[in-house]
Design a protein around this ligand. Structure first.
Ligand SMILES: NC(=O)c1ccc[n+]([C@@H]2O[C@H](COP(=O)([O-])OP(=O)(O)OC[C@H]3O[C@@H](n4cnc5c(N)ncnc54)[C@H](O)[C@@H]3O)[C@@H](O)[C@H]2O)c1
Length: 332
């Protein structure tokens, strides 16, 4: 049985730790986080050891693989330590905010033949998996255009936004990865516009809350990404893939499909799922299952540190496009 350490006891690590604990094929050995109160509570709830030093937890004899859910600026240090120990890693996005540092890390990982899977969980959303299967089966012919809408229900706290790396590297990074996987080709050109329509004070941290991005691949395939930090009606997550023989559409999720009729309104549906922890609950579980299956079988991981680098690069190209007002060529 693969024995796993979860690093972090915050929002996302809570999800990962619970999924590891619930998976019958692995053992949750330890959860590590310098936040003693949080990690003690989580480890007690899930019945594993609590530790306060993430680097030391990696070295434990009862740890064969690692899930990293700590803040972004700790990802590279922790993943490189794990790679050096020969332990496979599932690490949260983004790989880092510093592109040059991420390039060096990915080169080092590849040099050591390290196993690092970047946690682009939306790849494993059942709907997205079904879309990719359908595209691969040729159902809609050749993909021509992808439209991605990704809007959060509300603006995150300023403290979070200040350290997030900005909307492109923190939020749209998921959509850059989705674009790459659905287009089936690498974008070669990025054009972006960005505004502060929700919170003008974001200017103080050089960030935006409402952005649109256009991507073009070498063969001319197109993608349009819409992101906003506030949608008053809930978590708005839609995908459209248009091809030479048809179209695939993935609509928003609700807690149920029930509709109601009353004297004053008709066809009333429940509100959209509120945020990522609910909407993408399945994706985090399935992502972990793919990680475990690949590690146990000794197969290639379904996403890599280099995928993290490519998404970060597209985010940086979008930022450059905003600063220059021009389309930016994606240099490899
Ligand atoms: N894939 C997704 O949908 C998704 C969603 C949310 C967050 N994330 C990513 O997960 C990471 C964590 O985000 P979060 O929202 O869970 O943050 P969080 O603040 O809720 O949790 C981070 C945890 O890390 C701990 N920590 C702080 N400094 C540390 C250090 N130096 N070393 C080790 N641990 C430290 C904190 O005590 C805290 O418990 C970020 O990289 C974020 O981008 C991904």
């Amino acid at each position: 049985m693969l024995r796993i350490a979860v690093l972090g006891a915050g929002r996302i690590a809570n999800i990962h730790a619970a999924n590891v604990a619930a998976n019958p094929d692995v053992i949750l050995s330890v959860i590590a986080d310098p936040w003693r109160e949080g990690v003690d509570k989580l480890a007690a709830r899930l019945g594993c050891t609590a530790a306060y030093d993430c680097a030391a937890a990696l070295e434990r004899d009862d740890v064969d693989a690692v899930v990293i859910g700590t803040p972004t600026d700790t990802h590279i240090d922790l993943m490189l330590r794990a790679v050096k120990l020969g332990k496979p890693v599932l690490c949260e996005k983004p790989i880092d905010l510093d592109y040059a540092k991420a390039v060096r890390a990915v080169e080092e990982i590849e040099r050591q033949n390290g196993k690092v899977m970047l946690g682009f969980n939306r790849r494993f959303d059942p709907d997205t998996l079904a879309m990719r299967k359908s595209i691969a089966a040729g159902t809609i012919g050749d993909v021509r255009q992808v439209v991605i809408t990704s809007r959060d229900p509300g603006l995150a706290p300023v403290e979070y936004l200040t350290h997030s790396g900005g909307i492109f590297r923190d939020m749209t990074i998921h959509d850059f990865d989705t674009a790459r996987t659905l287009l089936g080709e690498e974008p070669v050109e990025v054009m972006a516009i960005a505004s502060r329509l929700v919170e003008p004070a974001l200017a103080q941290i050089d960030d935006y809350d409402s952005v649109m991005v256009l991507l073009r691949t070498a063969s001319g395939k197109q993608c349009h990404i819409n992101c906003c930090r506030e949608a008053v009606y809930g978590y708005d997550q839609r995908l459209e893939v248009f091809g030479s023989k048809g179209m695939l559409l993935n609509e928003n999720h609700r807690p149920s499909t029930v509709r109601s009729w009353t004297a004053t309104q008709t066809e009333i549906r429940e509100p959209l799922m509120n945020f990522f922890l609910e909407r993408y609950a399945d994706s985090y579980r399935i992502e972990l299952e793919h990680f475990i299956a690949a590690v146990v079988a000794g197969e290639n991981l379904p996403s890599t540190a280099r995928d993290g680098l490519k998404a970060l690069h597209l985010a940086n190209c979008a930022i450059e496009s905003i600063k220059t007002g021009r389309a930016v060529a994606v240099q490899a």
